[in-house]
Design a protein around this ligand. Structure first.
Ligand code: IDP
Length: 160
């Protein structure tokens, strides 16, 4: 990140956001990327990717004892996903707010899941739940040379 351009270094975070296979199949990729772009976060990595089973299992390892885990792995590997790395002040919690509650029927209107999904098992998007997991998941899904450090021309219009 670029410490000279932000008010407080500690607040700059990175998070892993992923359009799940249902979001890709339903043509929601542009809409979802657009919400993070418009908010003012910095896109550092982006790719369409067919997730292998081993990676899905590693990503969701904390859920491996849940009854829905086998179905979850099947879902995430059922077609291409869109992987994104986003950077910004408070981006981890903010991305979770933009995404909405895990169960789309409980997600507020205006959120991605609230606007675009009806079931927990097809909730179109993932976002890291902590700064530590943001780092862990970006490392897991991206190679170093797939990530860009750059300064958008609009930076001074977003951050004082
Ligand atoms: P999150 O994605 O909102 O952080 P988690 O509890 O970490 O929610 O669960 C990860 C993913 O596992 C969910 O986004 C959803 O795709 C799936 N999942 C969670 N709970 C259920 C369930 O009860 N049935 C089916 N799938 C579930």
């Amino acid at each position: 990140f670029l410490p000279h351009l932000v008010a407080s270094i500690e607040e700059v975070e990175e998070t892993y956001v992923m359009v799940k296979p249902d979001g890709v199949q339903r043509g929601l990729v542009g809409d979802i990327i657009s919400r993070f772009e418009k908010k003012g976060f910095l896109l550092k990595g982006l790719k369409l990717f067919q997730c292998p089973k081993e990676l899905a299992e590693e990503h969701y390892k904390e859920l491996k004892d849940k009854s829905f885990y086998p179905k979850l792995i099947k879902y995430i590997t059922s077609g291409p996903v869109v992987c994104m790395a986003w950077e910004g002040i408070g981006v981890v919690a903010s991305a979770r707010k933009l995404i909405g509650a895990t169960n789309p029927l409980q997600a507020d209107p205006g959120t991605i899941r609230g606007d675009l999904a009806v079931q927990t098992g097809r909730n179109v998007v993932h976002g890291s739940d902590s700064p530590d997991n943001g780092h862990r998941e970006i490392d897991l899904w991206f190679k170093q040379d797939e990530l860009c450090e750059w300064v958008p021309a609009q930076e001074p219009w977003l951050k004082e």
